[in-house]
Design a protein around this ligand. Structure first.
Ligand code: ADP
Length: 593
């Protein structure tokens, strides 16, 4: 391998390390400065312990100076005490700084992730994100620690010890340093192989996390359809792969030991051979020889660590690369320069020739309609007709491919996202609750709302009564995903949340699953109150809803194909009539009975 190859930076490792340190270490400069002082003390005391061997041999053993015995013993104790305390200080300081760096990176990662759009979440497995947050931030800390520890402690120690060697015996130093070129060459070969395995190991770790998450989230389906075996196999495969990769990395890392031990042994043997010969045959200073050999033996550990550093560094750099891949993602949609605040005096929602597709096939295909201010507009149509997509575009979870979405005449791409979403309340059919108290779940509708407002919203949502009946009332924790509440209760909490938000535009995705009659009546009553005075778009599954709607839009293949009231549409005997016969038959039967 040529020298330029060794010093060149084909895959940007050094650039990456420089960036990592520049971004994270700078604010901890005083801490690191103190760390370096401790490290210098460690290196200095290590060198001193070698240097003192000369006096041990010459003064104690050869000159038999009694006074020196005490003096040297005290000095040795002092040297090691300094080394011990300096090591303590250095370790505590570096851990503190390291933990602060991990915390900061995790915060930044989470911030970047929450600024991504729906398409990002559609395409990024949860396991990938979790692994990045947990592992990659640690990898970054690992790299910084390694660089600082080895540059600080190990390089300083080696410099100190080599100085002792050169000062005691320059000729012998040359003999000892002969092993450097083969060591560098051997290590660089290992580094390249480690890199390959480290990246694959991350991919498999992600698969483990994903499989675990899928199993727990879908545990009912997993058990009901008895796919445990398949999940086990998938998990087993990912685990085996990580095991295999970890073993490869471990054995490659460990390979630095036989390499360095053999070369080191060779160096020590050469020194003993040549040095011993000089002392015995040519009567050279035996103290200097002992000091030299002590320094050489002590230099051995830090040199070995420096050799391993190359290998370890490259394992961790894979994580750092993945971390920057995420950190460098621009926010998916920033507000346009000079975006205005959305003003909603009336609340009219209008689609003008909107086309949109998630991938290849269009989900919306020249969609045009107007939902009048303060009125209830019902969206009906077969599954996959584009109703949910319409909601997603109003919330601007995605941007339209062509056409415009207007609220009171303003293109929603020209206003800030925050002001847009503040004017919309969304109630979905899979009412998602956070693992917080009931109070906090409702308060999400309007952060900073008073207790009075929250209770009023709950009353309007027909939820106050059952909330009061809970063991801790409004402070009752709802459990993960609201698991401790019934479906109807969850829906009423979601309605209370929307009540509190008090937005002029309401997007309502009616629940398809039937509730018991009493819950149903309570939910309906709450919804009625919620819709009052707002522009409501509702994806309708119930006959009562379409009957009461001011206008019905019939969706088919991403377009509105019929529009009118229930009676008008039934009279027309078109798609709506057929849909109504199918979709609302059950409901009709139920209400008739
Ligand atoms: P509806 O709500 O009327 O059932 P959707 O708006 O959910 O219809 O779906 C319209 C089309 O877009 C369907 O063909 C559906 O397969 C597709 N689609 C919906 N959501 C996604 C998504 N997140 N990624 C890719 N395709 C999607």
């Amino acid at each position: 391998m040529s020298l330029t190859r060794w010093f060149s930076d084909p895959d940007g490792s050094y650039v990456l390390i420089r960036r990592l340190i520049a971004e994270n270490a700078r604010e901890h400069l005083p801490g690191y400065a103190l760390t370096v002082v401790f490290m210098a003390l460690i290196a200095g005391s290590t060198a001193a312990s070698a240097w003192i061997m000369r006096d041990v041999i010459n003064e104690v053993f050869i000159n038999r100076d009694k006074a020196m015995i005490t003096l040297i013993s005290v000095a040795v104790m002092g040297i090691f005490a300094v080394k011990g305390f300096a090591t303590f200080g250095q370790q505590v300081l570096m851990s503190r700084i390291g933990n602060a760096i991990v915390a900061r990176i995790q915060n930044r990662l989470f911030q970047v992730i929450t600024r991504q759009d729906m398409a990002f979440f559609d395409h990024t497995p949860l396991g990938d994100l979790t692994t990045r947050l947990a592992h990659n931030s640690q990898a970054a800390r690992g790299v910084i620690d390694m660089v600082i520890l080895s540059l600080g402690r190990d390089v300083l120690s080696v410099i100190g010890l080599v100085s002792v060697m050169v000062l005691q015996d320059p000729a012998l130093s040359v003999v000892a340093l002969l092993i450097m070129p083969p060591a560098v060459f051997g290590v660089s070969l290992l580094v390249r192989r480690v890199r390959k395995h480290a990246r694959s190991q991350f991919v498999s770790t992600t698969r483990i996390v994903s499989a675990m998450q899928e199993t727990t989230i879908g545990i009912r389906v997993v058990k009901a359809f008895r796919v445990e075996e398949r999940m086990r196999q998938e998990m087993g495969k990912a685990i085996r792969d990580v095991e295999h990769r970890s073993n490869r990395i471990a054995s490659l890392t460990a390979r630095t030991s036989p390499l360095m031990e053999t070369l080191g042994g060779f160096a020590v043997a050469m020194v003993i051979f040549y040095g011993g010969y000089s002392v015995v045959e040519r009567g050279q200073d035996p103290g200097a020889f002992f000091a030299f050999i002590t320094a050489l033996l002590l230099a051995y550990e830090p040199v070995k660590r420096l050799a391993r550093l190359q290998v370890n560094l490259n394992t961790s750099l894979v994580g750092v690369r993945l971390m920057y891949e995420m950190l460098d993602r621009p926010p998916s949609y920033a507000d346009r320069q000079g975006s205005a605040e959305l003003a909603v005096p009336k609340g009219e929602v209008r689609f003008e020739g909107v086309a949109f597709s998630y991938g290849e096939a269009p989900a919306l295909n020249g969609l045009s309609f107007t939902a009048e201010a303060g009125k209830v507009t019902a969206l009906v149509g077969g599954s996959g007709a584009g109703k949910s997509t319409t909601f997603s575009l109003i919330e601007r979870f995605y941007d339209v491919s062509s056409g415009r979405v207007l609220i009171d005449g303003q293109d929603i791409r020209d206003v800030t996202l925050a002001s847009l979403r503040d004017h919309i309340a969304l109630v979905t059919q899979d009412t998602f609750l956070f693992d917080l108290s009931i109070r906090d779940n409702i308060a999400l509708g309007r952060p900073g709302a008073s207790d009075g407002d929250i209770i009023r919203a709950a009353m309007d949502a027909n939820a106050h009564e059952f909330i009061e009946a809970q063991a801790q009332g409004y402070d009752t924790m709802v459990g993960e995903g609201g698991g401790r509440l019934s479906g109807g209760q969850r829906q009423r909490i979601a309605i209370a949340r929307a009540m509190l938000r008090n937005a002029p535009i309401l997007l309502l995705d009616e629940a398809t699953s039937a509730l018991d009659a009493e819950s149903e009546a309570k939910v309906q009553g709450a919804l009625k109150r919620l819709m009052q005075g707002r522009t409501t778009l509702v994806i309708a599954h119930r006959l009562a809803t379409v009957r009461d709607a001011d206008r019905i839009l019939v969706f088919d293949r991403g377009q509105v194909v019929e529009a009118g009231t229930h009676d008008e549409l039934v009279a027309r005997d078109g798609l709506y009539r057929r849909l109504a016969d199918l979709q609302f038959r059950d409901a009709a039967e139920r209400s008739a009975s």
